[in-house]
Design a protein around this ligand. Structure first.
Ligand SMILES: [Zn+2]
Ligand SMILES: [Zn+2]
Ligand SMILES: [Zn+2]
Length: 481
């Protein structure tokens, strides 16, 4: 062999290679699964002939919380593509032989240079930390969008490789929560791709859909055509028209043979017959049973989520280098039309002072207790809970005066300050509120019967408001135990 080419031949020695001032590490399948000792290398060359091993190692690097690992340039060698979107999304290039290493030096330097632009201020929340990490990766690789891929190992049927690797597959619905958060923060912008339906208690999409009997919930049912015989007007299931001998249909009411569909009879619809409880019915219920948590709910209560392709907004593109500035803490928890507990207590204090110094003025404090609201919220599901509470507050507001104010500290307890009303008047008002809520819930949530009680009292002027509220709450909740 020519000594000159031999000299130029690129070879790793004990898995290490220094080329052009870049330190490479060759990660082979017998190198083990540990990566912690690789922090000091400028790039990793990963022996990628085993797809599972390749995926594990890539995930280890990219899910690491330290940028020294998750931003590390990683090249695959001996890679046989199996079109795994996770693997495809997490490497920085493919090499056929080590002789291509010189071509990668510039890429490595560019990646390093871009990583020096990144903002390093500490994150305030879990969401900020995770999204910042994804944005950092995207910035260094000049990636502009997060694309979902169909993935049967994911609990929601789709995965976003860069984000999903930070969660266990069964936690995939948390990926959607993070994306929702990032969208609310205007960091990303959605383009609709598809829609999925998820369990309303655990958030996974591995569901078994069944048509079931409305009276006993059994899926063991048989459906058959309904026959309408024109001459005598008889309507009945087709089995009543059949006989054991031939295929002629005979009307059980008038005994005539049926001749031509559309002429002397037709099939107006289908009738279902439950083989468990014997019930006959036209409309079945469709339920979805969750393979993950076992919850079985009607499909109307499933959580529907859009699967979007997300593009970085201008704010999102800048966030990698300038940090994520989030909207004010706690803002989203506010329920429109209500005040938080602290504000409520302050307002009640002023109200006490006002009534104390204005003889004849009367203010009532009423507490509404919804004993079984958590059963309802479980049916509704976490993601629709807030919308429901907002609707509930609006309904209460419509039945009190604009000057009254209320607080909903825990979904089962609503405290209302009713201004310029006697206890008797407040009682009437509250009864009306209860009726309206009961009706709204019954009509909108499958005849759910919300159990409610309330207590209205004149506002004490001689003891602390907190104490009075506590006592009313205690009476209400203990009464119902
Ligand atoms: Zn007939
Ligand atoms: Zn049945
Ligand atoms: Zn579930």
């Amino acid at each position: 062999m020519n000594p000159a080419t031999n000299k130029n031949k690129i070879e790793f020695k004990d898995n290490v290679l220094n080329y052009d001032n870049q330190l490479f590490y060759l990660f082979e399948s017998f190198s083990g699964l540990k990566i912690d000792h690789l922090v000091g290398y400028d790039a990793i060359v990963l022996e990628a002939n085993d797809p599972d091993f390749t995926k594990i190692i890539l995930k280890k690097f990219r899910s690491h919380s330290n940028p020294e690992f998750y931003l590390k340039p990683i090249f695959l060698v001996n890679y046989k593509s199996i079109n795994d979107p996770v693997v495809e999304a997490l490497h920085d290039g493919i090499m056929i032989t080590f002789d291509q290493i010189p071509e990668k030096v510039n890429d490595i330097q560019q990646l390093f240079l871009r990583s020096t632009h990144l903002d390093n201020s500490p994150s305030t929340t879990f969401e900020v930390a995770l999204v910042k990490k994804i944005l950092n990766y995207m910035y260094t690789r000049e990636i502009r969008s997060l694309k979902p891929y169909p993935d049967f190992t994911s609990a929601i049927g789709f995965s976003y490789p860069l984000l999903s690797i930070n969660f266990e597959p069964f936690e995939e619905s948390k990926v959607l929560e993070i994306l929702d958060w990032a969208q609310k923060e205007n960091l990303i912008w959605p383009d609709f791709i598809d829609r999925v339906y998820l369990c309303n208690s655990c958030g996974t999409g591995h569901l078994s859909y069944r048509e079931i009997c409305p009276s006993c919930d059994s899926a063991n049912m048989r459906s058959e055509d309904l026959i309408h015989h024109f001459p005598c007007g008889n309507i009945g299931p087709i089995s009543d028209f059949k006989n054991k001998v031939d295929s002629v249909l005979n009307c059980p009411k008038c005994n005539k043979a049926l001749r031509h569909i559309g002429v002397d009879y037709d099939k107006p619809s289908i009738i279902n017959h439950c083989l468990t409880c014997n019930e006959a019915f036209q409309d079945y219920i469709v339920k979805a049973r969750c393979f993950q948590c076992g919850s079985d709910s009607e499909v109307q209560y499933l959580v529907s989520k859009n699967i979007n392709l997300y593009k970085l907004t201008k704010k999102g593109r800048n966030a990698a280098t300038s940090g994520i500035v989030t909207s004010e803490y706690g803002e989203e928890e506010n329920i429109f039309g209500s005040v938080d507990s602290k504000t409520f207590a302050i307002m009640m204090h002023y109200e006490q002072e006002r009534t104390k110094h204005k003889p004849g003025s009367k203010t009532s404090i009423a507490v509404l207790y919804m004993e079984n609201i958590f059963d309802l919220l479980r049916k509704i599901g976490k993601s629709k809970e807030k919308a429901f509470i907002v609707e509930l507050v609006q309904l209460i507001r419509e039945n009190i005066t604009p000057a009254d104010f209320l607080n909903i500290s825990n979904p089962s307890l609503v405290s209302i300050c009713i201004n310029d009303a006697s206890v008797e008047e407040s009682d009437i008002m509250m009864r009306k509120v209860l009726d309206k809520i009961e009706e709204m819930v019954f009509n909108n949530f499958n005849k759910f019967q919300l159990q409610m009680t309330f207590k209205a009292e004149a506002l004490n002027t001689d003891s602390s408001f907190d104490k009075q509220l506590q006592e009313i709450t205690k009476t209400l909740t203990e009464l119902n135990e």
